[in-house]
Write a protein that binds this ligand. Structure first.
Ligand code: AMP
Ligand code: MG
Length: 486
């Protein structure tokens, strides 16, 4: 275990040079205070969880103090936002402080979000509000606990500094951890600004640092794109299987590592709804729940376009064509597990689709359905979940097929229930739960955020006294409008 002054830094990205990032010092926020920290994220840096309570911790992650070895940088990138190309975005309010090398030899980027204005701030104030910082903290840590690839969050630091959004709010900073902050939009920036040397330098950096296994391939860049396609196929399968809606799948919010990245107006499904749009600003539903699959493919195509100076178009196309079949295979696998099935049968996809159609018509809670189906022997469990469906005849047909399907599985029903509880969370980050925790934090009470984070860090385990976190949303909590404002 290390203390805060014992972290060891590398600055690989900063060393790429000023074409890739510019040095900017954090602009501190006033009267910093710890809102919440993640012990498991701290462990990635070998930090003792107790150091979160030290004043130095809040000073470091609110811009008041900086390590000597840090080289804070704002990265330049561009990206397709809602389908249209924006030629220059970049870190308008976040800084890459440096890369901590942990005892296992892993590099973890320290990215301080809300650290003040940079040359990429455009009209923005460079700040993040408490509300959105807590949302990113809870969202990324909850996904990680579910086993879904994501950037991580070390902590949120609150302050007395005031910022203006629709109304007056408090500024906060979030310390994000990820092994890389390179986005699809980084490659688009060098492609569209016609800087092939820099594009190649970045490609080589990413290849060497994050896809070393592709270096042996006769066409390393193509092999890397293939790996990126594979990782995204798996990521999106997780999102769909667990009902996660990202909300702003612009190419500047897509990580080159295939992890969930850049949290805005995201949401987990409450009732299953294939057409759900979580981002109140997304009028056309471009980033609706079911569109996430074709949009991820579209985003990968945008990345591939940026690689056309280096790889033949035909080969890029073939790599992109891997996406859909890989996605389908991962999704099917995850959904089989959610249903407690271990062997594959030809009709499994139809079984899943029929279930989702019944859910769609009935307004059935997506998380609790799978959990409850694993609570009891199959017959009894089906009887309990049946109450939530509207088209009972359709549900009964599905039940019949599921019962028969379970009977063809090896092993006993106890095994099915144990398998299901290991993959079906009891607790999910519902928007209304985040909202309640945020409102308490805005009033100065951080205990709700901390408790919610703690519950969500063990989502599959029933926790004593925490029943309130395992309920369907109340009526007011079903229709919260979350916009891009952050
Ligand atoms: P996002 O919607 O958070 O992915 O941000 C899109 C772009 O807007 C990025 O370049 C951000 O750095 C920038 N941005 C968002 N909010 C602010 C802000 N308050 N100040 C400066 N830049 C911002
Ligand atoms: Mg972004």
């Amino acid at each position: 275990m290390k203390s805060l002054d014992q972290l060891s830094f590398d600055t690989r990205f900063a060393r790429l040079g000023d074409a890739f990032s510019v040095q900017v010092l954090p602009d501190p926020i006033a009267e910093p205070r710890l809102v919440v920290a993640s012990p498991s994220a701290m462990a990635l840096l070998d930090l003792d969880p107790a150091v979160a309570e030290q004043p130095l911790f809040a000073e470091l992650f609110s811009g008041h103090t900086l390590w000597d070895q840090a080289d804070p940088r704002a990265m330049v990138y561009s990206g397709h936002q809602f389908g249209g190309y924006t030629p220059r975005l970049g870190d308008g309010r976040g800084l890459l402080l440096g890369e901590v090398v942990n005892d296992a030899g892993e590099h973890w980027d320290l990215h301080l979000k809300g650290a003040g204005q940079t040359p990429f701030s455009r009209m923005g104030d460079g700040r993040a509000v408490l509300r959105s910082s807590i949302r990113e903290f809870l969202g990324s840590e909850a996904l990680h606990a579910l086993g879904i690839p994501s950037s991580r969050a070390l902590c949120v630091i609150g302050s007395s500094s005031v910022v203006w959004r629709e109304t007056q709010e408090r500024a906060a900073m979030l310390l994000r951890l990820a092994q890389s902050h390179v986005r699809f939009g980084h490659f688009e920036y060098f492609y569209y600004t016609k800087q092939p040397e820099q594009a190649q330098q970045l490609l080589d950096f990413v290849l060497h640092a994050y896809y070393p296994e592709c270096q042996q391939d006769s066409l390393p860049y193509l092999a890397m794109l293939r790996s990126i396609v594979e990782r995204n196929a798996e990521l999106i399968a997780y999102w769909q299987a667990y009902g996660f809606c990202h909300g702003v799948m612009n190419t500047d919010n897509m990580s080159i590592l295939g992890i969930t990245f850049d949290f805005g107006p995201y949401a987990f499904l409450d009732d299953f709804d294939a057409n759900f749009i979580c981002n109140h600003s997304d009028d056309q539903g471009r980033y609706s729940y079911s569109n996430q699959v074709p949009i991820a493919h579209w985003n990968l195509s945008a990345l591939a376009q940026a690689l056309t100076p280096f790889v033949e178009v035909q080969a890029l196309q073939e790599a992109l064509n891997l996406f859909l079949p890989l996605y389908q295979a991962h999704y099917l696998d995850l959904m089989r597990r959610r249903l407690g099935l271990t062997v594959a049968e030809d009709d499994d996809m139809a079984l899943i689709e029929q279930l989702l159609q019944c859910m769609q018509r009935g307004g059935v809670d997506y998380t609790l359905f799978f959990r409850h189906l694993g609570d009891q022997p199959v017959e009894a469990a089906l009887n309990v979940v049946r109450d939530d469906f509207v088209d009972l005849a359709a549900f009964d047909r599905w039940s019949e097929a599921y019962r028969a399907r379970c009977a063809r599985e090896p092993g006993n029903d106890q095994g099915r229930r144990e398998r299901m509880h290991a993959v079906n969370p009891l607790y999910i980050l519902r928007n209304y739960l985040a909202q309640q925790a945020i409102e308490a934090a805005e009033a100065g009470d951080y205990s709700k955020v901390r408790e919610l984070h703690s519950v969500l860090s063990r989502p599959f385990e029933e926790q004593a006294g925490m029943q309130a976190y395992a309920q369907r949303p109340p009526e007011w909590g079903k229709h919260l409008e979350i916009s891009c404002s952050s």
